[in-house]
Design a protein. Structure first.
Length: 229
């Protein structure tokens, strides 16, 4: 059975093949062996490109399947410049946080939308923040932004901090506290409110950092270095 996939990452295997990490709507993250894909005459060589939809068919069972067919579908503009780095960042997040063969159809659709937006409009911070939060929700890592750890609705005029994966009322001494009104905006997808994007970035950094166990994302460091330059 065939399905649409996106290449997240690939590494050489032996002399002529590749091990490719794919992201599909029906299967989720999937590892496949692309036999002979590194040969100059291989039809797979020009097809297994990141950020472009590919129709695939696989065979076998276990953690590493065999790619039996791959056809370029097209239809998405290719990100360029800063937007290309942002797209690599999305891929690294998926590789690091998604379990293999754990399908997330809504996340797949959000990924396609993010790539479309990056290709059409270039690098926009809102695209990253929306995708980060969707990924955290789909994987179960996102805190509840509607109430605190005691089940009380967040107050717009109060500040909150993260504690053990949940929001607690700040005592006023937290430099990294989050305004309740902005947390409520983020919860309903309102990123146009003043300060919402910056708050969403700080919040996702905290939550992602806990899940990544201190191992930094390579693409994030590249973006930081470029901003310093």
């Amino acid at each position: 059975m065939s399905e649409t996939a996106f290449v997240l990452h690939s590494v050489p295997y032996r002399e002529t093949s590749l091990v490719v990490e794919l992201f599909t709507r029906r299967t989720g993250r999937l590892a496949v062996m692309a036999k002979g894909a590194r040969r100059p005459q291989s039809a797979l060589r020009a097809v297994l490109l990141q950020f472009q939809p590919v129709e695939i068919a696989v065979a076998g069972k276990g953690e590493l399947r065999t790619l039996t067919r791959a056809e370029w579908q097209g239809g998405l503009p290719m990100p360029a410049g800063e937007a290309l780095l942002f797209a690599f960042y999305l891929n690294e997040l998926l590789v690091r946080l998604l379990m293999r063969e754990d399908p997330h159809p809504a996340l797949f659709d959000g990924y396609v939308e993010a790539l479309q937006a990056l290709g059409e409009r270039g690098g926009q911070e809102e695209i990253l923040r929306r995708f980060e939060w969707l990924l955290l929700r789909e994987t179960g890592y996102a805190p509840d932004l509607t109430c605190d750890q005691d089940g009380r609705e967040l107050e717009a005029g109060a500040d909150y901090r993260m504690s053990a994966g949940q929001l607690v009322l700040s005592d006023g001494a937290d430099d990294d506290a989050f305004p309740g009104r902005l947390l409520r905006d983020i919860a309903v997808g309102r990123y146009d409110a003043p300060g919402a994007l910056a708050t969403a970035k700080r919040l996702s950094r905290q939550v992602l950092g806990a899940q990544l166990e201190g191992v930094p994302l390579k693409t994030r460091q590249i973006l930081i270095d470029l901003q310093r330059l």
